[in-house]
Ligand binder design. Structure first.
Ligand SMILES: [Zn+2]
Length: 286
């Protein structure tokens, strides 16, 4: 089971579900292969979860990613088939006895709207304001630059209302790559999906967990050539994933998935072709 590492209690937060095009999620893999594990709806979209993670050491509450949030229009909700409670993060936090005010750190893996959307919410005047008023928010300098100067290919993935209000409120920390944020919690940076994506690692002694974010969004992506069409640099992802999975297998890390609709986390070992699952945590449904 995956409940605690060192002094940190671990809570996967299920904030809802959405759908994206299955072909875009699987890149060059033919549909006849991926639809066996990830069936498509009539618009060719597959189910994806919006899983975040909360780590609590009794003193600090560290939130990793924030899901889609609540600012989206009805059109946006329909386009991505968003199904989530009215206040998804508030709701998920209250189930484990916390409120947004209790969160001390928010670490973004990257600033795509399905990861950063919940960082801000609309106030009574319809203006976006920080959703976790007592937290510091952490993102790499390189991802901050990418989000503020996106290219024509990834422009639609970033929404400034998700992150500019954090800077305006003085709550944003731009950090270097591969750094320690707080005791036992550090970042592991990869760049194939987007520049300066940081995976978040919690370790104590020989126990470790890593939030894989969009390096390995679904269990299916444990198969090394299954690489998202969304990635800016698929060959770099291939290299990064090969290195990452080899270390994860050797060092027995828990791998937490952000978007797998059924499986929250796995441990792996090198198998004949790719990797075999040796331990698994399934998503808890209400
Ligand atoms: Zn992404």
């Amino acid at each position: 089971m995956l409940n605690q590492i060192g002094k940190w209690k671990i809570f996967p937060l299920e904030t809802g579900d959405f759908r994206l095009d299955g072909g875009a999620m699987m890149g060059s893999v033919p549909k006849t292969l991926w639809e066996k594990t990830n069936p498509a709806d009539k618009y060719n979209r597959i189910d994806l979860s919006l899983r975040c993670l909360l780590l609590d050491d009794g003193e600090n509450r560290v939130l990793i990613d924030t899901g889609l949030g609540t600012k989206g229009s009805e059109k946006f909700k329909t386009m991505f088939h968003i199904v989530q409670p009215e206040n998804p993060l508030k709701n998920a936090l209250s189930k484990i006895g916390f409120s947004p005010k209790d969160v001390t750190h928010v670490i973004f893996s990257h600033l795509h709207f399905d990861h950063a959307g919940g960082a801000t919410e609309l106030n009574q005047d319809g203006q976006p304001v920080p959703a976790f008023p007592n937290a510091e928010y952490f993102i790499t300098e390189s991802q901050w630059k990418q989000a503020n100067q996106p290219n024509t290919r990834d422009r639609a993935s970033f929404q400034q209302a998700d992150f500019l209000p954090l800077q305006e409120a003085g709550l944003l920390q731009l950090i270097p790559e591969n750094t320690t944020i707080i005791n036992g919690i550090s970042t592991y940076c990869v760049h194939g999906h987007t520049c300066g994506q940081q995976l978040v690692k919690l370790e104590d002694g020989d126990e470790a967990l890593i939030f894989c974010s969009d390096l390995i969004p679904l269990k299916s992506h444990l198969q090394i050539p299954w690489i998202m069409g969304y990635d800016l640099n698929a060959l770099l992802t291939l290299e990064e994933k090969t290195q990452f999975l080899s270390q994860a297998g050797d060092e027995n890390w828990w791998l937490v998935f952000d978007h797998d609709p059924i499986t929250s986390a796995v441990k792996i070992k090198q198998g004949e072709k790719y990797y075999d699952i040796v331990d698994e945590v399934l998503r808890k449904f209400d």
